[in-house]
Write a protein that binds this ligand. Sequence first.
Ligand SMILES: CC(C)(COP(=O)(O)OP(=O)(O)OC[C@H]1O[C@@H](n2cnc3c(N)ncnc32)[C@H](O)[C@@H]1OP(=O)(O)O)[C@@H](O)C(=O)NCCC(=O)NCCS
Length: 183
Amino acid sequence: MTRWLNQMTLLIREFCPGDELELSRVFQSSIRELACVDYTAEQIEAWVGASLNPELWVIRMRELKPFVVEVNGVIAAYGDLQDHGYIDHFFVSGMYCRQGLGSMLMNRIIEKATTKGISTITADVSRTAQRLFSRFGFVLVEERTRTIRDVVIPNTLMCCDISSLEKMNRKNTSSRFHQSDIL
Ligand SMILES: CC(C)(COP(=O)(O)OP(=O)(O)OC[C@H]1O[C@@H](n2cnc3c(N)ncnc32)[C@H](O)[C@@H]1OP(=O)(O)O)[C@@H](O)C(=O)NCCC(=O)NCCS
């Protein structure tokens, strides 16, 4: 995969009120352009529907307070970590697929978990994201489903034990996912 982001200005930062509209664009692009490979058109539209009520979307984003990745000043990805260690949203805009933004976000999330003393990160991971989560040490816990507007959407509960990850990182300090990759 050719990576072209190194000519761009990358910034990872905390959520700010006012980001919500851009985040809904990332959410929709990510599901329609990337997750569409692994889900039916009906599942994709039901999933996207979660962002279509602007008032509820704003409330949700302000609750989640995700990390936001900007490419040349435009939001290209976002992902959160809740206090109990759960990742609720994790989305990369379609045009930035396989450029390392998902990895950058995950590194930041793991760094936050470590700082906050969170020992286990969990997420209901889409089919599309399972490979990325596995690369960061997440293991499958159980197959699950979410039902949105009567449409069943399969995912997998995955979890990551931060202490085993730290041991793994110490063994492999040359990993491309080392913390110093974070801008
Ligand atoms: C899953 C997702 C977040 C990955 O983001 P990304 O920025 O493309 O990920 P990265 O470039 O950091 O990828 C790192 C590695 O993860 C794996 N990976 C990422 N996307 C993949 C895909 N679509 N298929 C297979 N492997 C994938 C690869 O091993 C990749 O390394 P490589 O490119 O060197 O082969 C993005 O595809 C997305 O937003 N998908 C749709 C929404 C979604 O499913 N969100 C997750 C909800 S839990």
